[in-house]
Design a protein around this ligand. Sequence first.
Ligand code: FAD
Length: 400
Amino acid sequence: ANANVVIVGGGTGGATAAKYLKLADPSINITLIEKNPSYYTCYMSNEVLSGERTLDSLQFGYDALKKRGITVVQAEVTAIDATARVVKTTAGNFSYDRCIVAPGIDYRYETVAGYSATVAEQIPHAWKAGPQTTLLRSQLEAMPNGGTFVLVAPPNPYRCPPAPYERASQVANYFKKYKPNSKVIILDPKTSFTKQPLFEEAWMKLYGYGSNNALIEWVAGADKGVVSLDAATKSVTTVGGQTLSAGVLNLIPAQKAGALAFTAGLTDASGWCPVGFASFESTLYENIHVIGDACIANPLPKSGFAANSEAKACALAVAALLNGREPGRTSFSNGCYSIVGDGYAMSIVALYRLSADRQIIETIPNSGGTSPIAASDEDHLIDVQYAYSWYNNFTRDVFL
Ligand code: FAD
């Protein structure tokens, strides 16, 4: 009989895995289970906040994957029975030979007193693209000129390391044009962040960073972590006892693997899923593979690009294993553009590979890099075009 593979989560990782597994071995029966009827990409969602793009432009459905012969089921996965090899859902049970799990992230609301999933419908994190993205945009539109947007950045590790700083830049760009007396304050428990010299250079050029009239201020340090929230006054209090009120508050909390990873027993004490890198098989349960943000794949970041790269490696490995072959030794890549102003973007690229003993993922020496400091205006402009081109190519690769 043909092998059955059930894929949990039709986001960036899960959709890519479904497509590439079908390409690797068309004889495998693939069932992709996703709770939502369509997917909104987080990538480019910061442009919705500045009004450059609509949420609808980020929406992708599953028709193309269905046409490829993948069974797509809209249902919520409630449990995985690893012994019986059955995925349990709100639309029935699905047996598997191998299961690929890509549930994304969830939030550690308990780290901020006064925050919860319910409060987040009013004080959005907007860290999954969707209704909260639209809500945050409408709050920014309603905020009077002269107001303060407070963005609370999360502690490591979290989904998309540059995204909070890209978001701050996008909102500053909106303020610069429409509400010039307003200000963005980033409250950050970390003392450094990815591409920091490039962001700071851009902020100096575009938003007066470091001056008295700066549109962006970065307030950072361990004592700046947020411990409590008062939703009624839109204020947060830090470890250091400082209270800050916002016109618009965007609290991005600490993160963990998506809830299903916990229900299925796939997480360790870190709150993320340990895997072996030869096939992304869980080290806790056989025949279950975990990819994307939910898995521990350092030094790969938690990004869509990395989730796509992991998904391809996992799909090839699963096809090999189901055909009685050893998985090959794969390489991985990550690339990320940050659009920080009109005609101004910068990028980072890195290449990785499975180590010779297949135990770790290592960065390939002398590969990758970032945009240079003091790049020309033209270079930054070209990076914007590359960013849009990447988005179009990447979403095709995942969903079409
Ligand atoms: P997701 O894409 O979140 O997919 C998880 C899916 O599983 C979801 O569709 C969810 O509905 C489904 N699911 C979860 N639980 C269940 C269940 N129990 N039953 C059924 N379905 C379930 N990455 C980049 O590479 N480049 C960028 O420029 C970039 N920009 C970003 C900007 C922002 C503001 C943010 C927040 C993120 C950005 N990212 C970017 C990161 C990227 O979005 C994630 O890393 C990526 O989506 C991870 O893919 P995933 O498959 O692990 O999770």
